[in-house]
Design a protein around this ligand. Structure first.
Ligand code: GDP
Ligand code: GDP
Length: 436
């Protein structure tokens, strides 16, 4: 199920990030602590009654050196492009300002629903201050207080009314959905063209219901695929599309809808911090990952070059040690044929189920080889392990005390499981649970 997207817009200091944090709540702090992954607090998921949704704080999208009004204009346009519902936030303590009017003018252009929130109404006596805001032309203003957590439910009720009823394209289980992520100019769109080449049959382009996400389904060698968000990959031109946070946002959306994520690097330029960030998102989302080194034609090579580059990747992307690496050129099409088999492999492993009895044999052998750790005189006891889900493969290990399963021992067990079953191209998750 694709979640609807809410975007918050408004001039600086009205309380956008306060409201964003209120809505996403603890969610943001429970993400696993992956070294090298920096979080941008601009995009997260939220929940309201029976609805799951994603939410964007456009105020967190830094548009570089542009003047103030240009920044908020671009942020509002991002909201109009990306969201199903827009929350237009204002400050009840300051009344309607010229900058609010500017935002309103931009939002008049959209057909998407806009909900007007008036923030900083910290107590009931202040409610009269919302009436001014009718002049903005977005109907009834909703009084809220981000710092006191008041009215947030009303705001989300109003937003949820507009969540699209028709679900976006659902694919059958036998379709491998993959996306290409990477910073601008690494060659994502060239790669899509190279993959699609003439001999592949493109079934049709499928447009999302409300957003401009366009997937490209096709079949090759009897396997069905869909390239997720081809439009986002190809779309170019608007100024803000070159901003880092915008591409991160777009990538997160594509990752969420994919089985396999191709992390595309530019061989000519090597690896930079932004590549690590983008790769970190794919890992955190639990998707299968293939690392693609593009523009391999443009690199001067000898017999050691590939090994050295591979080592560099391994050093930089410690958390992606399971991801296979493919070197290729979208331009000359050299080694392009190696990519789809890797995508197939990663996808198969991502949804692989292992037999419980074999799994337990592996775990017990592991324990015999390397005894479980002790802490304050207590030893971890493992009773039983089972695979509880796929995409990614997730295991639960029943133990005497979950806290005794330290990271290093968990890592050891993960490696034993990987040695036994493969799982190349997919993260796996292990949880310890107390046996009752
Ligand atoms: P943004 O620039 O729109 O993201 O605004 P922030 O969320 O950073 O908030 C700007 C300032 O307003 C901060 O000092 C917040 O503590 C304050 N603020 C946010 N919400 C409220 C509120 O409901 N009441 C009051 N009194 N202050 C608030
Ligand atoms: P995107 O922004 O990631 O979609 O990148 P593009 O596909 O638009 O490619 C950016 C630039 O890199 C274009 O000028 C391409 O012609 C060039 N390019 C893409 N793939 C290759 C490649 O394999 N080798 C070389 N030498 N150039 C490439």
């Amino acid at each position: 199920m694709v979640k609807p997207v809410i975007a918050i817009v408004g001039r600086p200091n009205v309380g956008k990030s306060t409201i964003f944090n209120r809505i996403v709540g603890e969610r943001i702090s429970i993400v696993e602590d992956v070294p090298g992954v920096t979080r941008d607090r601009i995009y997260s998921s939220g929940e309201w009654l029976s609805h799951d949704f994603n939410i964007i704080d456009t105020g967190g999208i830094d548009i570089g050196d542009e003047p103030f009004l240009e920044q908020i204009r671009q942020q509002a346009e991002i909201a109009m492009d990306e969201a199903d519902v827009i929350i237009f936030l204002t400050n009840g303590r300051e009344g309607v300002t010229p900058a609010d009017e500017e935002v309103a003018k931009i939002l008049y252009k959209t057909k998407k629903p806009v909900i007007l929130g008036v923030n900083k109404i910290d107590n009931p006596e202040m409610r009269d201050q919302i009436y001014d805001f009718y002049t903005l032309g977005f109907g009834e203003p909703i009084p809220i207080s981000g710092s006191h957590g008041l009215g947030i439910g009303d705001l989300l009720d109003a937003a949820a009314k507009y969540f699209p009823k028709t679900e976006e394209t659902e694919y059958a289980d036998d379709v491998i959905k993959f996306s290409l992520i990477g910073r601008p100019n690494v060659g994502k769109s060239s790669l899509v063209n190279a993959i699609l080449g003439e001999e592949r049959v493109i079934v049709s382009h499928i447009a999302g219901t409300t957003r401009d996400a366009i997937d490209t389904p096709y079949t090759y060698n009897g396997q069905k695929y869909s390239i997720i968000d081809t439009a986002g990959i190809r779309k170019k031109g608007k100024v803000y599309e070159t901003t880092e946070k915008y591409s991160v946002l777009r990538a997160l959306r594509a990752i969420e809808r994919s089985d396999v994520v191709l992390v595309v690097l530019n061989a000519e330029e090597g690896i930079i911090e932004q590549d690590k960030k983008i790769a970190g998102y794919a890992h955190e989302a639990g998707r299968a990952v293939v690392i693609v080194v593009n523009k391999w034609d443009a690199v001067e090579k000898d017999e050691k070059t590939m090994k050295e580059f591979e080592q560099k990747i391994r050093d930089h992307f410690l958390f992606l040690d399971y991801a296979p690496i493919v070197f290729l050129s979208a331009k000359t099409k050299k080694r392009i044929h190696t990519l789809l088999p890797m995508i197939n492999l990663a996808s198969q492993n991502h949804s692989m189920r292992v037999e419980t009895s074999v799994l337990n044999d592996i775990i017990m052998d592991a324990v015999a080889m390397n005894p479980t750790p002790t802490d304050k005189g207590k030893r971890l006891k493992i009773f039983y392990a089972t695979q509880v889900s796929v995409k990614p493969p997730t295991f639960v290990i029943f133990v005497n005390e979950p806290e005794l399963l330290h990271f290093s021992y968990e890592r050891f067990l993960e490696n034993r499981i990987r040695d036994a079953f493969g799982f190349e191209g997919t993260p796996i998750k292990i949880f310890a649970r107390e046996r009752k």
